[in-house]
Design a protein around this ligand. Structure first.
Ligand SMILES: [Zn+2]
Length: 272
């Protein structure tokens, strides 16, 4: 057992687990820190050993809260498939060193995460953050354009960060997941202070505005009906905005966290 004495001379310190919450890469990350605390003067001290563990715990918590595979996830899924780290490296095209680092606490990019999932998660397992569909930027523009027709006004406005457009889009994707079993656009959403928003929206805005709509798969009648019902229910931007802040999907998730499509079954707004 590890032991540490209080540097102020109070004898053995007690090893305690402390719940911590710190901002990390824009996300409030909750994790358990192990530290030594002096029962007499309450001085708390980590160790060189625990410093490494804190970083690892934070990286794990960050990945869990942002919907990325954690190191533990990667290791467990790989072993379930009876793959060695070298097998996974070869199959995925990543270096062996990357696989090792991701399993021990380095954070993979979103695109690396997608590739890892392709090889680790069975296709039949529901894809919780895309609503069972590959992301299509042209389809996002097509859906927004259909909303503009249904609403009779522009919602895709220059430099407005899609504040309102993202709300209509989110409802369309969630309702499609609920009623049709798949999202419309494959977009991934995150809980931001101003409601559900496209994850990494800053990187997507220009791509969406400049997308080639002719490359989008046409809207089905059911999808168009969903868009029209949402537009009828929220004729004003503010209504969609306010409703989104009353959704369990927003109320019960943390700032920065991805909003799973499993919330589709608990939509608060009703679109008849
Ligand atoms: Zn002390």
């Amino acid at each position: 057992m590890r032991q540490m004495n209080c540097p102020k001379g109070h004898g053995a310190m007690e090893e305690k687990k402390i719940e911590r919450s710190v901002p990390f890469k824009g996300v409030e990350v909750n994790f358990i820190e192990e530290a030594f605390i002096c029962p007499v003067c309450k001085l708390s001290a980590g160790t060189v050993h625990s410093a490494g563990k804190i970083q690892q715990a934070m990286a794990e918590a960050y990945r869990q809260q942002t919907g990325l595979l954690t190191g533990e996830n990667i290791k467990r899924l790989r072993k379930e498939k009876e793959m060695t780290q070298a097998d996974l490296a070869e199959l995925s095209g990543f270096g062996l060193a990357s696989i090792k680092r991701w399993e021990t606490g380095a954070i993979q990019s979103q695109s690396a995460d997608k590739t890892l999932r392709l090889h680790l998660v069975d296709a039949c397992v529901e894809d919780d953050v895309t609503g069972n569909r590959d992301l299509s930027i042209p389809k996002i523009l097509l859906v927004l354009t259909a909303f503009q027709v249904a609403l009779g006004r522009a919602i895709l406005i220059e430099n407005d960060m899609m504040l309102f457009a993202a709300k209509y889009l989110w409802y369309a994707d969630m309702l499609a997941k609920k009623e049709l079993g798949r999202s419309m656009t494959g977009a991934t959403y995150a809980h931001l202070p101003w409601g559900p928003q496209l994850n990494n929206y800053k990187d997507l805005l220009d791509d969406i505005r400049n997308a080639d709509i002719s490359k989008a798969k046409a809207l089905s009648d059911s999808e168009l009906s969903i868009i029209n019902r949402i537009a009828k229910h929220f004729p004003e931007d503010q209504m969609a905005f306010e409703a989104s802040h009353k959704e369990p999907a927003w109320l019960e998730t943390n700032t920065g966290a991805l909003i799973s499509y499993s919330w589709a079954d608990r939509l608060n707004a009703k679109f008849n």
